[in-house]
Design a protein around this ligand. Sequence first.
Ligand code: TXD
Length: 325
Amino acid sequence: MNKPVYAPLCSKFPKVSIIGAGNVGRTVAQRVIERNLADVYLLDILEGLPQGIALDLMSARGLESHNRKIIGTNDYTDTAGSDIILITAGLPRKPGMSRDDLLKINSKIVTEVAQKCLEYSPDAIYVVITNPLDVMTYLVWKTTNLPPQKVIGMAGVLDSARLQTFIAMELGVSITDVQGMVLGGHGDLMLPLPRYCTVSGIPITQLMDEDTIDRLVQRTRDGGAEIVQLLKTGSAYYAPASSACYMIEAMLLNQSRLLPAAVYLQGEYGLNDIYLGVPCRLGCGGVEEILEINLTDEEKEALHRSARSVRDNINLALSLVNNEQ
Ligand code: TXD
């Protein structure tokens, strides 16, 4: 009698490589493995850091009851054949450092990281986290020359989660009943859209007065800064990591989720050759559709104002990177 062959049901478990083992990178790694979504390769420029975090997370596997592995590394060859590359590498702004200084440093880091990842994972989908988000996502797309649907920036999910949280807290309702959407660049000019916020289908404009909505919109815009001020060192990472994991899950499980993300615009919303937060559909191919929702003239103008600021920084980043070469 022939012996049965016990072949694995699937030959390959998804592989996610996370570049930058800082607060966001390591927290995304934890979320991804604890949800059994993929094996994770965590890479950092600092020796020992990703290895230490990986060993710590591996030691918790039995307790957290999952079977995914996490490898810490400083070597890009380990990231070969990734399905998703998440770029969180960068420096935070330090005292005395101007925004331009930070733009220059992070542009250099992100460009180098993208080049190295592309060498080993040319077929991956690239998700960018590093700030300034829309500019860094544009640079990754430009550097890799990948189809735009395979390079995406994470910000809208986070900004929308913050808005939804503030609405739920204000009304004392369950967060699961709240829907909301924030478009535009990930900065002071982001565009929370109260008209598209609902609680179980009821527009929030019927549940709150205008002053309250304005206050929550402003708190959303200042959401990152409020946390930075409280933490004193570093910036938010739990909700950013959840947001990144949410997008990774949508793609790995081919969920066709409709969410806001920084995507490459080619005429949508009257904007061209720019990365900006708009609603899109995410699935296994990356960005599967960009949705053009109706905006009032005022909202359109606010979106364009945000785009102008992102474009100025893209131009500045490109000139800084080109002068460096
Ligand atoms: O909504 C969003 N997109 C954001 C963005 C929400 C939160 C954080 N946001 C930005 O993500 C933040 O402004 C930073 O630009 C990144 C990462 O934030 P994090 O809080 O994780 O920063 P850390 O803790 O400083 O970690 C950065 C790591 C650190 O371990 C460095 O050693 C590493 O990046 N680093 C590198 N790794 C690999 N290669 C290079 N060149 C490199 N340079 C730094």
